[in-house]
Design a binder for this molecule. Sequence first.
Ligand code: PAF
Length: 281
Amino acid sequence: MQTLSDLPALCAAIAALKSDGKPLVLVPTMGALHDGHMALVEEARRHGRHVVVSIFVNPKQFGPNEDLAAYPRREAKDAQMLTAAGVDILWAPTVDVMYPAGFATNISVSGVSDGLDGAARPGHFDGVATVVTKLFNQVRPDVAIFGEKDYQQLAVIRRMVADLDMGIEIVGMPTQRAEDGLALSSRNAYLSDDERKAALALPRALGEAKRQMEKGGAVEEALAKAVAMLSAQGFDPVDYVTLCDAVTLEPMSVLDRPARLLGAAKLGKTRLIDNIAVDIA
Ligand code: PAF
């Protein structure tokens, strides 16, 4: 695996990789890799012969009071894992390479970015859309793979790729979970032992609300019960538990089309998110 952090070297390495005409797949990450990321890498290997993984902790997607400084960084271990997984290139630019002095462009995807995490974390999805556009332009992949754990992010990227005719196939991979059901996330590393146990309330509350709604229960009531379950386990604040259209993420009060149930809440200092598909009975 080549580990690269400057743009001319990346461009040369990508040109060499692409010379055989085989598809190139990008897996964008912020590092601190876990089994969820490695499942994306395995999927990438199924899609194409050439796999590029990017690791860049993107300052533009963190708000002023968020965890940019504390975000876990494990470069050496990440590189070992990616080498063992047969990745061709690890693209790990510095902040100066990604955002040189004078950088002034912002990509904003309205509608799908506005609610949920877009409302709770102003500017977050502009930061994501801007860096993902840059990563796409730098790596020029045929396919890019993202986890469904960040469901709104995936919806924003799909919208952006369609709107801007980027011509990249976007693949969403089902959320990888620990045996007890907690969605894998780099931020789980912040949880104390007690918080780790309490965190299970998030997938359980979403699962219980899904069951109620799929049995025909009232959406509003199921959502309120889920919020109460989270609060009872010490989540504070509960930013949202919302049923949304699976594609546009518009809020739904009646389960009449394919939907996604999304939740976000803070446990101590750690903000957790999760989501689950809800089917029409
Ligand atoms: O999901 C992530 O790790 C990040 O939001 C991404 C897509 C790599 C952009 O920084």
